[in-house]
Write a protein that binds this ligand. Sequence first.
Ligand code: F3S
Ligand code: F3S
Length: 117
Amino acid sequence: MTFVIADPCIDVNDKSCMEECPVDCIYEGDRKLYINPDECIDCGACEPVCPVQAITADRRTPPERRPHIADNRRFFTEPLPGRAEPLGTPGGASEAGPTGVDTQLVTDWPHTDVTPA
Ligand code: F3S
Ligand code: F3S
């Protein structure tokens, strides 16, 4: 099992989850954050602190969010835009730092119009 960050995180990037994670396995993209499924120890500390309820255990991820299960993994296993090598399992998001890029799924995700009426 692992925990998964899904689309409600996109363009919110609250980062409270990063502060809670005891193994520093939540990595920064550009519009969203991603949990490294090979580093997550399933403690669940991140889930309740997200203000937009973007985080769930993979088994409890609702059907419409399930593409993000593979997408969180893809962030680490496939080369990100502009990089020759996949991120892999760096062993800590603080050291890896913000990547500034996202998976294709998230890059293509529609922007929410937040312009006041
Ligand atoms: Fe995103 Fe929620 Fe973390 S908005 S950055 S998953 S606290
Ligand atoms: Fe960290 Fe959340 Fe996993 S706090 S260890 S990413 S369940």
